[in-house]
Structure formats: structure tokens, C-alpha cells
Design a protein around this ligand. Structure first.
Ligand code: 26V
Length: 815
């Protein structure tokens, strides 16, 4: 890499002149950004070319995911190359501010939230651990919509992230493949066996764009994120149409094809059961798997497919890529001439599957007719998988009719994707201990009886180098001064910080860093929204998708309660508090959009009331995304993780807050349970029903929100305030929210958990008045966050699921 500033400057100027044909004086900030990216890409290609050694000994892992929320790359890659300071100084000599270039980069919104960000963290950790692990997904032309708040309402704007181009990607036209939709399947006899021929299909050209994924501190580990874009196969066809004057037909054909990779579904509130979504799923599965098999054969010879599952693992991230299972069967049987049993053996041993939710509405299913029409051969294979599975089960579970009934893949006119995933994979994992327990005992309990050995837990983790090292340089510096630099490679080393828990001078430095991060966020909020935040006040933060089960409404009711208290018993409210919200609502999700409106209305009401505005403040940060997160996590005092117990599979924001020293105010849900284990119960602030209690109510009923309403007058006041009169000119606007609580039986137990939430929040408020104690809790959270690094998660996937070697800090794993 660059060893000194001068060599960097020289190379950079050359790149600018050679690449863009301009001098530094003429170049725009965009040109300068592109030149820097090109320079790093060139370095990566060089390192990739000179280092062919693989720690994973040739075994390739492919992570199939509909979503990858990779965030901006430039800053992280400078950190990974360990050249951030050198580059900053070199650019400064040229009168260029690195920060201005970092601003230029788009944050590709190719995901909805936690699931997509997890995939990106995994790519980083795979590269870091030297695993040949590659992402396979879709290059959506438009990512998740950009959110603006207009008069308190969410407004969605198309996310045209490619408008200037995306310099990290490389279009690989020579690796384009054809994906076949619709048509008919004919069978014929060839050399004594039945072969299937797919005819009259609609071809779609899948063109890959590769994005390099580099490792921290080891530039030779470069992996690939392959994103597929849909194009028409034959421009001549269009041309012919144009020539004949059939403009409409030509353009509609083109747009129908291109629609496949046009836009990411923002489906966080209802599964879009649309054919286009199914097309997307098959599109990236078929393009990705076809390429994998071809490259495997090139490397290992034609006759070696028998060993495929020993050299290749395909990971299915949620059910969206489940068609990998019938597609690999199709390739092995139809294209490679293999028999069913061997093909099935290879397929099951190649595939592994992660489930990310227990919400029943989120379980993917496709109408049989739709699958049959769109993917005729794939449907035949699914039918055969189902038939054989049922036959096998009927023999093994003769006396347990319910097991046989509840495990069908084809049921009620639908293909149930999670069922196909479980039957066709060798491993099925949940993403936190509690979540996995619920999968085994509730959601997939019949499958657990059949395939107990497949089920396992892999608690999520996050990339601590992005969310701590790069996002919070001041804290990183402090940590390194205290315990040395090894925590960057081994997050477990953060434990050593425990030794400083009574060191007042260290704790004061920690508080100073937090204060400065709060100032940094406050400045952004002031410049963005003209709102002034008081960095001395406690920053209480809830940033995540807006969803009923995540209970932003509970948080709002708490603030309404504080407002009322401020008016009625002003002396009892000590200190001032800033409540920060952020998150997108799915465009068609009325409830979630109403919650956003409520947050903004309450914010305005407080701001206009001189009796409270010195004590309380609410900001809703627009367009929450990876980059915003990097600014917000380091500035938080309280991390709100308040989902109804049992509903949040894991959560990963909880981990990002914790490693930046925020204290968790949360329920015993998802990975919060393990956060408590990691830091001890004195260092987390838990309230509310347990998952067991929630599931019990769900099973047996008996929950009466009206009882809570009547028994807690201060709660009753807040709920009534939703119903009109409290917010100026708001009429019936918040009726939906009121009704969800009082008419539709408060499905997410907001009223039930309200009293204990208020109590626990009060505990935190008083604790904040004792900085010594607060800072100690904060430090112990950072110290205990090491196990939530995605490096740990990926090591577990590698050991137990993919069976692949990886680099450890000093050597190689023991497999
Ligand atoms: C989707 C839908 C769509 C239909 C209606 C309800 C609903 C509820 C949730 C979802 C999200 C499904 C998948 C997902 O994003 N899961 C998230 O995965 C994260 C990474 O494992 C995990 O931390 C989050 O807890 C989990 O919600």
C-alpha cells in the first residue's frame, strides 16, 4: 500500500489526470471522490492477483440474500487499509478535504433494515476471517425509498442512488447469463432416461455487477458481492420492433424485463404476494447458482460434481432465496444428468437456511398457480420434493398424523417457502437464543420433531469495525489507549476495559467522548432541521423500522406521560431529556405512518409550550439509514429496545448502541436477553412481560387492556389524549392508534407493559444524575459487547454450518 504521504499524492494525482483527464484544480468533488475510489480498487485488484492462497482451502461460501445494506464503503476501506490519516493529510496538501469526498458517496439502500444490514456485516467478517465468502443479490436500480417529513407526515421519494454512477461496481458483461421464465416443459426419452426440455420460455439477461469486499488489516482477502441486473437478451429484437414501428411493444417488453431489478420491495408490513417479487427471487437465484456450478466445474473438472457440497456452501438468508433448492436440483438433474437421490443429497448438504422472524404474516407463501405458470419446471421439482417428503414422513410418523399434516410444502393452494427451506437444507438456524427456542417449540415444532438435528442457534452480531472503530473514532482511540489495539481484530479484548470500571479519570474521559459525540449529532440536527439540542440532556434514542411490534407507540405514550407530569408536578421532573426517533414506515402501512405523525405532532406541541420545552424535546430524524446510524449510535445515552417479548427475532441496533456505551432500556426479547447475560442484570434496564407470558396470553387469551386503562389513571390520561382534543386540529387522526389499543385488544401489550416501562425509565433518569455510576454502567456495556461482533457469529457459522476454515488472530482454526 502507500507507505508515505508523497507516494499517495503522486498516485492520486496520476489517477485524477489519467482517469478523469483533468487536473485537481478542474475536478469537481465527485471527480475527486471517483479518483480515490479507482485508486483503492486498483490496489485491491493488485492484492487479489498476487495472493491466491485461500485459508478456506478452496471451499466457497455463497451468501444469497435479496438485501444487502452495505453502507458507504470509502471511509471503511481507508480504515481497513489503515491509511485514513495518510490520505487525509495527503489530500489536505492538495487542498482537498477528505470529508468532502466521503460526502459524495451514495449509501446504497438495497435493503429494508436489520436483515440486509446483517448480510453486509457478514460479508465484512467473512473477508476479515479469510473465508472465501461471497454475496449474491440484486442490483436494484432504486433502493429503499428516501424518507422526507412534510407537515409531520412521511413522504416517499425514489432513491435514485445510481444517478451519478457507482464507482465501486464493475459490470461483468462476459459473465452475463440467461434466466428462463414461463413457457412449457416437455419430456422425452434420451439414452433410456426421461429428460425435461423447457421450451417457449421468456429469456431475461442477468448481468452481474461486482463490488469488492475487503478485509480489515489484510488487503489480500478480497471477496465479491455480486449483484444482478436484468436486461433484455436481444437488442436486435427491440430494434426489429422499432424498425417495424412497434414502439410500444418494444418498450413495454424492455420495461417488463427491466422491471425485475427496478426496485426493492419496501415490504415491512405486508408480504407483497406479487408475481414481480417471485420473478426477482428466481432471477437472482438462477443467475447466481448457474454461475456457481459453472465456475465449480471449471475449477474442479466436469466429473467431480459428486463432491460439490464439500467445496460449496449456499446460505439462504430468510426465505427469499429458497428457490435455490429446486434450482440446484434442476441443474443437477436436467443439465448434469444426475439421478434424483444423488442430486437431493448434494442439494441438502449444500444448503443452509436462516429464519429471521416469527411473525406469521411475514411467512412467505406463493400461490401454486403462479409458481406453475412462471416457473413450470421448478414447480414440477417442488411437487416431487413434497411428494417424496410426505411419503417418507407417512412411514416414519404413522401415529402422528398432525406432524404429517403440518409439514406439507404444498398446502391450501400455496407453496410454503419456509417449509421448503427446512426440508431442503442441512441446517436451520434462528438468530438469537430465545428466537431459536420459539422456532423449535412453537413456529416449527412439527419440523423440529422430524429434523431436530438441523435446528441450531447463531446469535447475530454486527461489524464492530464499522459501528465502533470507524463510526466512533474518539471512543476507539480511548479504548486503544487503555487496552491496546487488538480489540479491532478480536472484539473479545474489549473485556479488558472492565479493569477501568472504578478509574474515575478514565470514566470522565469516556463521558467526555460521549458528550462530544452528542455535540456532533446536535450540530447535524441543527444544520438539518434548525432544531437546537442540548447535549447536556439525556439522549434517549429509538431508531429502527416503524412497526407495531417494535412499539414506538409505547415510547410516545411515555413522553406524553412526562409531558403531563411536567405540567402537573413540575418539581418531580429532574434534568432535561431529548428523545430521538428515526425509521421508515412501509408506504402502505397506515398504522406506522400514523405513529410518525404522532411523534412529530407531540414534538411540535412540546416545542410550542414554554412550560415544558426546557425539559423535554423530541426530534424525528429523517431518512434513517446506515450512514445516519453511524452518527446516532455513538451519541446515545439510552438505547430503546422495547419490542413485545417474543416478537423481535434478535435486533442488531441493540448491539450497535451497546458497543458505543448506551444503556439498554428493553424487554426480554431477541438478543436483549443475551445482552443482559453478557453485562449482568445490573447493567441493563429490563421491564415488561416475558416471552413466556406473552405466548401464554396468545394461547389462552385473558388479556384485558381495559383493566390496565382503569387501573392506571396516568396511563388512562395518555390514552385518552390520543382520542382527540389534546393535539391541535388533529381530529380523528390518531383514532387508529387509540383503536388498536382499546378496540382491537392491544395486540402488542402496550398498556400492560406501560407501568413497568415508566418505572424502569425513571430509574434510568435518576441514574443519569449520578454520572459516576452512569459512566461505569456505560463502560461495562462496551466491555461486554465483544461477543456481539459479527466475527464471532461468522466463526460459529464456519465451524458448525459451513465447515470451513478461517483465520484466527494468530493462526488458523482447528477444523
Ligand atoms: C417482515 C414482515 C413482513 C410482513 C408483515 C410483518 C413483518 C414483520 C417482520 C418482517 C421482517 C422479516 C425479516 C427481518 O427483517 N427480520 C429481522 O432480521 C434481523 C436480522 O436477523 C433481526 O435482527 C430482526 O430482529 C428481524 O426482525
Amino acid at each position: 500500500m502507500f507507505t508515505d504521504k508523497e507516494s499517495f499524492k503522486q498516485a492520486y494525482l496520476m489517477k485524477l489526470i489519467a482517469g478523469e483527464g483533468i487536473t485537481a484544480d478542474e475536478a469537481t468533488p465527485w471527480d475527486k471522490f471517483v479518483a480515490l475510489v479507482m485508486l483503492l480498487k486498483e490496489k485491491m485488484s493488485y492484492y487479489r492477483a498476487i495472493n491466491k492462497n485461500s485459508i478456506s482451502q478452496g471451499k466457497q461460501i455463497y451468501y444469497f440474500s435479496m438485501e444487502f445494506l452495505i453502507g458507504k464503503l470509502l471511509h471503511n476501506y481507508l480504515v481497513n487499509f489503515k491509511i485514513e490519516d495518510l490520505v487525509r493529510e495527503g489530500l489536505a496538501d492538495l487542498d482537498i478535504k477528505l470529508e468532502d469526498l466521503l460526502e459524495q458517496e451514495a449509501d446504497p439502500g438495497l435493503g429494508n433494515g436489520g436483515l440486509g444490514r446483517l448480510a453486509a456485516c457478514f460479508l465484512d467478517s467473512m473477508a476479515f476471517l479469510g473465508i472465501d465468502g461471497h454475496g449474491n443479490g440484486i442490483r436494484y436500480k432504486y433502493g429503499l425509498f428516501e424518507q422526507k417529513i412534510v407537515s409531520g407526515n412521511q413522504v416517499e421519494i425514489a432513491d435514485n442512488w445510481l444517478k451519478n454512477g457507482y464507482p465501486w461496481e464493475m459490470r461483468k458483461m462476459d459473465k452475463a447469463v440467461i434466466v428462463k421464465f414461463k413457457g412449457t416443459v416437455r419430456h422425452e426419452l434420451k439414452d433410456g432416461r426421461v429428460v425435461f426440455v423447457h421450451e417457449n420460455y421468456e429469456p431475461v439477461l442477468a448481468v452481474p455487477y461486482d463490488v469488492p469486499i475487503m478485509s480489515y488489516d489484510n488487503p489480500s482477502y478480497i471477496n465479491n458481492l455480486r449483484l444482478w441486473s436484468a436486461e433484455t437478451t436481444c437488442s436486435e429484437l427491440d430494434l426489429a420492433c422499432f424498425n417495424r414501428g412497434e414502439f410500444n411493444q418494444a418498450t413495454s417488453f424492455r420495461s417488463e424485463v427491466e422491471a425485475i431489478s427496478y426496485i426493492l420491495y419496501p415490504d415491512d408490513s405486508s408480504r407483497a404476494g406479487r408475481e414481480l417479487r417471485l420473478r426477482q427471487e428466481y432471477f437472482f437465484v438462477a443467475a447466481g447458482l448457474g454461475t456457481i456450478v459453472r465456475s465449480y466445474k471449471k475449477k474442479n473438472g466436469l466429473s467431480s460434481l459428486h463432491n460439490f457440497s464439500r467445496r460449496v456452501s449456499v446460505h439462504i438468508n430468510d426465505t427469499h432465496p429458497v428457490l435455490c433448492i429446486p434450482e440446484l436440483m434442476r441443474i443437477l438433474i436436467d443439465e448434469e444428468g444426475m439421478g434424483w437421490d444423488e442430486a437431493w443429497n448434494i442439494t441438502v448438504n449444500t444448503m443452509s437456511f436462516t429464519n429471521h422472524t416469527i411473525m406469521p404474516e411475514a411467512m412467505e407463501k406463493w400461490p401454486i398457480d403462479m409458481v406453475k405458470t412462471l416457473l413450470p419446471r421448478i414447480y414440477m421439482i417442488i411437487e416431487e420434493i413434497d411428494r417424496r417428503f410426505k411419503e417418507d414422513l407417512a412411514a416414519r410418523f404413522m401415529d402422528h398424523e398432525e406432524v404429517v399434516q403440518n409439514t406439507h410444502i404444498l398446502k391450501d393452494g400455496y407453496v410454503w417457502m419456509a417449509n421448503l427451506a427446512i426440508v431442503g437444507s442441512s441446517s436451520v438456524n434462528g438468530v438469537a437464543q430465545l428466537h431459536t427456542k420459539i422456532l423449535k417449540n412453537e413456529v416449527f415444532k412439527d419440523y423440529f420433531r422430524v429434523f431436530g438435528y438441523k435446528f441450531n442457534n447463531k446469535t447475530n452480531g454486527v461489524n464492530h469495525r464499522r459501528f465502533l472503530l470507524a463510526a466512533n473514532p474518539k471512543l476507539s482511540h480511548l479504548i486503544t489507549e487503555a487496552v491496546g489495539p487488538n480489540w479491532k481484530e478480536d472484539a473479545g479484548e474489549l473485556k479488558k476495559l472492565q479493569a477501568f470500571k472504578d478509574d474515575q479519570s478514565f470514566l470522565e474521559q469516556l463521558a467526555k467522548v460521549k458528550y462530544e459525540n452528542k455535540c456532533r449529532l446536535a450540530e447535524r440536527v441543527t444544520s438539518g432541521y434548525g432544531i437546537v439540542l442540548d447535549p447536556q440532556s439525556i439522549f434517549d434514542v429509538q431508531v429502527k423500522r416503524i412497526h407495531a411490534y417494535k412499539r414506538q407507540l409505547l415510547n410516545v405514550l411515555k413522553i406524553m406521560h412526562l409531558y403531563n407530569k411536567c405540567l402537573n408536578e413540575p418539581d418531580r421532573l429532574t434534568g432535561s431529556q431529548t428523545f430521538i426517533f428515526g425509521g421508515k414506515a412501509a408506504p402502505g402501512y397506515h398504522y406506522a405512518k400514523t405513529v410518525i405523525k404522532l411523534i412529530n405532532c407531540l414534538s411540535k406541541k412540546i416545542e410550542q409550550d414554554p412550560r415544558v420545552r426546557e425539559k423535554l424535546k423530541i426530534v424525528f430524524i429523517e431518512n434513517f439509514n446506515v450512514s445516519q446510524g453511524e452518527l446516532i449510535y455513538p451519541a446515545a445515552d439510552i438505547s430503546e429496545q422495547i419490542s413485545t417479548a417474543s416478537k423481535e427475532a434478535s435486533g442488531t441496533g441493540n448491539m450497535k448502541f451497546m458497543m458505543n456505551g448506551a444503556l439498554t432500556l428493553g424487554t426480554l426479547d431477541g438478543a436483549n436477553v443475551e445482552i443482559r447475560e453478557a453485562v449482568g442484570e445490573d447493567n441493563v434496564f429490563i421491564f415488561g412481560l416475558t416471552a413466556e407470558q406473552v405466548l401464554d396470553y396468545t394461547r389462552h387469551g385473558g388479556y384485558k387492556p381495559w383493566d390496565e386503562y382503569h387501573n392506571h389513571p396516568e396511563l388512562r390520561t395518555c390514552v385518552d389524549q390520543l382520542n382527540g382534543g389534546f393535539f391541535d386540529n388533529m381530529g380523528e387522526e390518531f383514532r387508529t392508534l387509540y383503536d388498536s389499543l382499546m378496540i382491537y385488544n392491544d395486540e402488542f401489550f402496550i398498556l400492560k407493559d406501560f407501568p413497568s416501562y415508566i418505572q424502569t425509565h425513571e430509574k434510568l433518569q435518576s441514574l443519569y444524575l449520578n454520572p459516576k455510576e452512569w459512566n461505569k454502567h456505560s463502560l461495562l456495556n462496551i466491555a461486554g459487547s465483544g461477543i456481539f461482533s459479527s466475527d464471532r457469529t461468522i466463526r460459529e457459522y464456519a465451524d458448525w454450518i459451513w465447515k470451513v476454515r478461517y483465520r484466527t488472530v494468530n493462526s488458523i482454526s482447528s477444523i
